[in-house]
Ligand binder design. Sequence first.
Ligand code: SIN
Length: 556
Amino acid sequence: MHVVIVGSGIAGLTAAVRASARHDVTLVTKGALRDGATAYAQGGIAVALGADDRVALHEQDTRAAAAGSADEHAVAVLCADGPARVRDLLALGVPFDRTTDPASLDRYGDDLARGREAAHGRWRVLHADGDATGAAVERTLVDALHRCHVTILERTCLTGLVLRAGAVVGVDVLDLLGEPRRIDADAVVLAAGGAGHLYRETTNPLVATGDGVAAAWRAGAVVADLEFVQFHPTRLAVPDGGLVSEAVRGEGAVLRDAAGRRFMTAVHPDAELAPRDVVARGIAAAVREQGGAPVLLDATGLDPDHLVRRFPGLTRATRAAGFDWTREGVPVAPAAHYAMGGVVTDAEGRTSLPGLLAVGETACTGVHGANRLASNSLLEGLVFGVRAADAVAVPRPAHLRLRGDADLPVVTVPPVVTDGHDGTDVAGAHRASRPVHGDRPGGATHPRDVTDVRRVVQTEMTERVGLLRDAAGLAAARRTLDALPDPAPTGVRAAEDRALLDLARITARAAEARRESRGAHARTDHPDTDPTAPASTAWVRTPVTVTTPVQQGVPA
Ligand code: SIN
């Protein structure tokens, strides 16, 4: 069978390598193979491999971080399959860091070096090249891909899914010349990553614009948990500053306010190693209290040689920004990092649409619930990438229990209609931009140039659907977003903008509907978790008639 895999991060590469042993595989990726988020992962891969650890303990930490919204079955699968999948990476040659420390050899029963990150009860995060784990994994998997028989289409942007009789039978893309093209498939695996660029500040690379989730949504797949957006607590707070790994705090770095106070000790008993959402909000509160000035990540208490050796990439990045972090604190601030929500799947990556699977950040297995445990995302890509590849040719069960054990409440929403256009794939449709009237904070209304849809989306999402939310802001964001015209996907930038707008609309709606605080979703008007609220809420578009013009077929 012909399998089209969209995306070339850890999930897509793993699925492609695995599926290519049995199927004819085409891998489609928007940039170059290595442009995705995986290559930027610093901390590492969490896995219960050490002699002091147990799969059950990893499960327990994953569930605790998830704030009551994890899917038990998916978590059990992730943690149980993890050790075998990481051994696969070792066999492929990923150069995980090693140690000769006798205490470590004794405790863990192997020479793998391990880091610790927030909310992990054990040191179980494997890393490579110090703080360049993702790059090492990506490199190794790309090499493995090149040894397989896979057709690779780089600089090819997904614009839609092709449906026939309710099943997904292909993808529409813009090829590297920007031309629309259709690729037929017996199965499509979406591994297109997340949508950090919904926000002004993000740790994600430029390609992270939610193309996979948006295409699935437009095709009528069930999506869930989009209100759960993880903000990483520490992005280097300089223009274009990148991620500063949580592993730095795991090694002992602390957070200080402008007065030099360790403010996190008053927020949570685990202080800087509290769950990510707690640390991100703690930092945001400290920043507010000191009039907007960033807080400082202080690693000066660590042995300078160890700091530089353990984090060579971050040493270079902080130095390039003008800081010597062995001697002084570096400014940090929260930034959008990871989408816990996505296309709802079962533990084999199958979605509500026959022929469509999703893995990695694009998918919502329920494994992360309302807040992902640090360094579980590379593991997720590995574990579910393999499971999805193995599932593509398996007959679909008559009744699919999506998200494992949960029978999700599903909210059906009509498509947004702007200018009489329903936002479905109508390739080649050109839409005139026009000013719309959007609500501003404080109630003022002014016309806004919507030619730059992305800027409006990022402003609304950052100011009203960000780290802290409330009913008035969410309703205003929803109205503004719904009033924006859908960009026609005539080029890559416009296709990305359409995806971002689709996701921004559902995210604002989902955040408005969840009238409680849970994990990464913090409502100032509903600060407590409501034990009667659904752990997860799914969303689906009402069916629409899609009149996609026939494009030139591409033989598989
Ligand atoms: C980090 O290194 O802090 C990021 C790791 C992750 O997001 O899991």
